[in-house]
Design a protein around this ligand. Structure first.
Ligand SMILES: Cc1cc2nc3c(=O)[nH]c(=O)nc-3n(C[C@H](O)[C@H](O)[C@H](O)COP(=O)(O)OP(=O)(O)OC[C@H]3O[C@@H](n4cnc5c(N)ncnc54)[C@H](O)[C@@H]3O)c2cc1C
Length: 357
């Protein structure tokens, strides 16, 4: 047993630590080397204890949610990797109905490039902000799929727009996920974090720098423990119909992927190049002609060129080679610097230096 594992076991005897745990199964794309030490946090208290111990002992710490947006290097991740599985949920007092101002950020699906693959949203969207509101505190490790069903059983709606997004609440907050024109930030009142010094803090939504695919957590070293959501005692049947429709529209999404690799291009670049859509998938397919390109078992999806998929035993190097090709060709041919939507864990600065070039 390594010194690190021994140190962790002594401090946190109830947690099950594993050395050299393969991380690929903990990601949706099934890519990535091992964690030096891996464990699951089953409760928020356990997560808090792990984070505080790692911070006070300067142990490198990585939190994984559902692993749906994270490319892990083939060499794996040094230090402690914690898969957050804390799932507590508490319904707080119900308030007077209150209008929540949505963030004005362009949605991923707004400019569908292929009606067969990209969900169509305009025909199903509705406004339930007139319904009675209800506040719910939800642990960051709660998977969205479970959460939406639990809430509906309690007669609580609002998050139906995010069904079929493979994510935990924590990962969803980090990236401010969007379903159609709805953003997670539309529903978040505050977030409880452990800050860099190891202290607990409750941060108001206005301080979270939410934007399209971004929040302050992209740059801060804070760990999200839970969040208070402001949801609705809305129409459960209508919400269920949205979930059914969303499932139908999204069933063609490529499996074993990390979702869209890059953010949409800016409106200025779209206008400059007279493109019909800001989707990088359109560029990859129609301008770079890279749809279907392979590197080992990684492939630019034939179904949806904004996704890179693992068709078998793809490595992180395979995935990165395709990502780099798209990035460099877009820069050379269109003078656009793409912004990756995914997170990179375990890579060296040199391996990712092409992104700054
Ligand atoms: C098939 C598919 C479809 C998708 N569709 C959509 C979509 O419709 N809309 C959309 O917005 N996104 C979509 N995504 C992208 C993805 O689901 C989101 O970005 C999601 O937010 C990732 O959540 P996660 O729990 O998997 O995070 P992870 O990938 O596990 O982690 C992402 C980052 O967040 C950090 N992190 C995780 N938990 C915490 C925490 N508690 N505290 C601090 N940091 C934390 C991790 O360290 C990592 O840096 C899709 C992805 C796939 C594979």
């Amino acid at each position: 047993m390594s010194l690190l594992t021994q140190q962790l076991k002594n401090a946190l005897p109830t947690v099950d630590f594993h050395e050299e745990e393969a991380l690929a199964p903990h990601t949706t794309v099934r890519i990535g080397g091992p964690a030096e030490v891996f464990c699951r946090a089953k409760t928020t208290l356990e997560l808090e204890a792990l984070v505080k111990f790692a911070k006070s002992n300067e142990i490198p710490l990585t939190i994984l949610g559902w692993g749906s947006n994270t490319l892990i290097a083939d060499r794996g991740i040094r230090g402690l990797v914690v898969r957050n599985e804390a799932k507590e949920l508490e319904i707080l007092e119900t308030n007077e109905s209150e209008k929540i101002d949505p963030h004005k950020v362009e949605a991923r699906w707004q400019h569908a490039e292929s009606k067969a693959v990209m969900p169509q949203f305009d025909s199903i969207v509705y406004d339930e902000s007139g319904s009675e509101s209800v506040r719910v505190r939800i642990a960051a490790g709660m998977p969205l799929a479970n959460l939406i069903q639990i809430l509906l059983r309690e007669g609580i709606t609002g998050l139906q727009w995010f069904s079929r997004i493979p994510a935990t609440v924590g990962g969803g907050i980090v990236n401010n996920i969007h379903g159609g024109t709805h953003f997670f930030s539309d529903y978040i009142e505050s977030v409880e974090v452990i800050d860099e010094s190891g202290s607990l803090r409750e941060l108001a939504a206005k301080d979270l720098d939410f934007g399209y695919d971004v929040s302050r957590f992209h740059n801060s070293k804070e760990i999200i423990l839970s969040a208070i959501f402001r949801l609705y005692r809305g129409d459960v049947k209508k919400a269920q119909a949205i979930i059914a429709e969303w499932s139908r529209q999204k069933q063609l999404q490529p499996a074993k992927s990390l979702g869209c690799v890059f953010q949409n291009i800016s409106a200025e670049d779209q206008e400059r190049l007279s493109l019909p859509t800001p989707s990088v998938g359109y560029i990859v397919d129609n301008i770079l002609n890279l749809k279907g390109q392979r590197s080992g078992d990684a492939q630019i999806s034939e179904q949806h060129a904004a996704f890179i998929i693992n068709t078998g035993k793809a490595t992180a190097d395979n995935y990165l080679a395709l990502l780099k090709k798209v990035y460099i060709e877009t820069k050379t041919k269109l003078d656009i610097k793409l912004t990756p939507e995914i997170f990179f864990l375990g890579f060296t600065q040199a391996e990712l230096s092409f992104l700054d070039a």
